[in-house]
Design a protein around this ligand. Structure first.
Ligand SMILES: [Cu+2]
Length: 276
């Protein structure tokens, strides 16, 4: 009895030990399979968009936008020029090459950058031309006296080139204002200038003193610094009305042609864009 009890105790102990061993083996296997999660690194992952590439994208994008706006503006201006042409406005005016009172060749292009008030007449004109040149002098003096307007260059072109030599023109215009530039030339040159401005002129018959009257259009033409005809003024307009109208056109032109900050940026960046 005693021996059987002892045997059972020993057997139980052995079973228990075996059982513990098995548990330990299973546990150690399971622990070996378990993966310990790695600690997250403090380092940030590399960003796809760096500051440098972002700046480049913004820079290129901005430049392209400016270029597109510049192209659009150029297109609009070309359309406006075309519209003016189709209206026939630009049909008045054109190039000329004449001789001034100092016998210097003067071309229409020489006056680019200036506001010009142009009048066609002749030095032997009994009344109309003196009146108009008097008025023209007043207009020029009014405009020149105004600080917010650029100066106005008065130009006289003769429609009587056979009598109006450079000397005769110079002497005549000094009676009105030293600001005048007086132009003469060959019959062909004068005819060409008159045709450009649609000025009609026709010499009448000579009297016993060989004097004659030249019938002609009595109009003052306003030309802007681009050399384009802007407006005209007939006899009915007095000097103040004419000056006010000229000032209005000068202001309008300045707004339309003034370089904005945008234009300045485009001007500076467009060569860089072209070369890149
Ligand atoms: Cu006249």
């Amino acid at each position: 009895m005693m021996s059987s009890l002892l045997c059972r105790t020993v057997c139980l102990r052995r079973n228990h030990q075996r059982h513990l061993k098995e548990i330990s083996t299973v546990l150690s296997r399971n622990f070996a399979d378990m993966q310990i999660p790695k600690r997250k690194s403090d380092k940030k992952p590399p960003s796809i968009v760096s500051w440098k590439s972002l700046a480049l994208v913004v820079g290129v994008g901005g430049s392209l936008t400016l270029l597109m706006q510049y192209i659009k503006r150029e297109k609009d201006m070309a359309a406006e020029r075309e519209r003016k042409r189709s209206l026939g406005k630009a049909a008045i005016g054109g190039s000329f090459e004449l001789i001034d009172q100092n016998k210097q060749v003067r071309k229409s292009e020489d006056f680019i950058g200036q506001w010009v008030l142009l009048y066609f007449g002749f030095t032997h004109c009994p009344d109309i031309c003196p009146e108009e040149l008097e008025k023209m002098t007043e207009v020029v003096n009014i405009i020149d006296a105004r600080k917010d307007t650029p100066n106005l260059q008065p130009i006289f072109i003769t429609v009587d080139p056979s009598r109006d030599t450079p000397e005769a023109v110079g002497k005549y215009l000094l009676e009105f204002s030293p600001k005048f530039i007086g132009l003469t030339g060959s019959t062909e040159q004068i005819a060409k200038a008159c045709k450009a401005y649609r000025v009609y002129f026709s010499a009448g018959p000579k009297d016993q003193d060989s004097d004659y009257i030249v019938d002609h259009t009595i109009i003052m033409y306003l030309i802007d610094p681009n050399g384009e005809f802007v407006d005209y003024y007939g006899q009915a307009r007095n000097s103040h009305e004419t000056a006010d109208s000229i000032q209005f056109h000068m202001t309008k032109w300045k707004i339309a042609n003034e370089k904005s900050l945008f234009d300045q940026i485009v001007e500076k960046t467009s060569p860089l864009l072209k070369s890149s």
